[in-house]
Unconditional design. Structure first.
Length: 148
């Protein structure tokens, strides 16, 4: 009788150990899936932002600003179904025809053609800044102003 009760206790302990190990494996798999998806999101955000970060600076030539505008227009056209990836252009100060192909001031929300933005004069320098969305991390606004 004593041996039978000990055998039942040992069998219960083994089943409990298997249950605990299985639960640990299940939790580990769920946690690793979350970490992998967050890492992929960060890679996607970094890859998206790199296309525009190369044009950021205090002394950017007009030709590079025009290339940036073309990149923004192409981005807005290709991501027209995803509002989190749409980029607007803000002109911080009034851009007169001495600094821009036509006078610009304010914000142009999600331009889809370069004709709505105009073009930077290639002989001038500009200051280009970006502002990212706090939730998604994607660049949402590009600010262009004449270089000081």
């Amino acid at each position: 009788m004593e041996n039978a009760s000990k055998a039942l206790i040992i069998a219960g302990a083994i089943l409990l150990a298997i249950l605990i190990i299985s639960l640990g494996i299940m939790i580990y798999r769920q946690a690793s899936g979350v970490v992998d998806s967050n890492a992929m999101d960060e890679v996607a955000v970094t890859s998206f932002n790199e296309k525009f970060q190369q044009y950021v600076g205090d002394n950017i030539r007009g030709a590079n600003v025009n290339a940036l505008i073309s990149s923004i227009v192409q981005n807005n056209l290709s991501n027209s179904d995803d509002s989190s990836k749409q980029i607007s252009i803000t002109f911080e100060t009034s851009m007169t025809t001495a600094n821009w192909s036509e006078a610009k001031s304010g914000t142009i929300a999600t331009p889809t053609s370069t004709s709505t933005v105009g073009s930077a004069l290639t002989g001038r320098s500009y200051k280009v800044q970006t502002e990212a969305d706090e939730k998604s991390g994607y660049i949402k606004t590009v600010k262009i102003s004449p270089a000081s």
